[in-house]
Ligand binder design. Sequence first.
Ligand code: GRG
Length: 305
Amino acid sequence: MSERAEAAAADFERLKALVDAHLETALPEIPKEAWTLEEAMRYSLLAPGKRLRPVLLLLACECCGGETEEALPYACAVEMIHCYSLIHDDLPAMDDDDLRRGRPTSHRVFGEATAILAGDGLLSAAFERMLGAGAAAGAQGAGRPMRAAYEIAAGCGCAGMIAGQICDIEAEGLTVSAGRLDFIHAHKTGALIRAAVRAGAQLAGASEEMLAQLTAYAEALGLAFQIADDLLDAEGRTQDIGKTAGKDAAAGKATWPAVHGTEAARARLSELTARAEKAVREAGGEPAATEAMAALARTLETRKR
Ligand code: GRG
């Protein structure tokens, strides 16, 4: 590994450790009477995830010269939202999965009703966390927190992740057009990744030009991430990816390899990785964070889980 790549990897690990530590105390106080809810929420939230979205938010904030400490509540909120979406996605009514992050899924451990409520709880807790941080900034300083919270709300909402999820479910077993497939990916997976990057940049008060460059980075990265995920599902092993491999084909899912073929999927993945790297370099932000964001795009291209 080159010196530059080593520094970028260390940056990712530094921020991931920060996120992991903050997630421990990020949930609101839950009444002791509702202890099963808390147990189920913590089970999913603290399971070993990659923490890609919160780290991206923090890196985007650092890239635009912002304060990492101030961005942490938003980073934790994005991870809570991501976890809620995973819990609900795994439910029998959706993808019906038994394994997530190498562990039994929430509904397998706690039952369906508790899993649904744990997802609801994480989504609500995310907004509590962000609005609490915004309120603490006071009326004078609330502009940036408001913009960041708005990005995240829109990204996970009905014109973002949820729109993608419904189209994904409705596409099962059907032949979908390339355009429809891109819509599904850009929304189901891409919207929250895009929101995380834009929220981090907004917290740092990024200029419109920088925001546009980082948005281009996030959009390319989001699609690349999903294509890599599709390839892993098709070619990876359950024990490596921590979730059941081969499920997409079995469920007749709309995926990049299924619609375009494996070779074309690989070529698109490389092209998107290069596009993401170029966009973040052209943003002209803080050098170490820029390097870490570029390295992250390259790592996701070859990821094994
Ligand atoms: C239920 C509203 C709702 C949305 C669900 C998350 C999601 C939307 C669907 C999950 C289906 C899926 C496996 C999509 C592929 C991309 C993806 C989101 C993978 C999981 O994210 P990682 O790999 O997971 O970052 P970790 O566990 O590392 O955090």
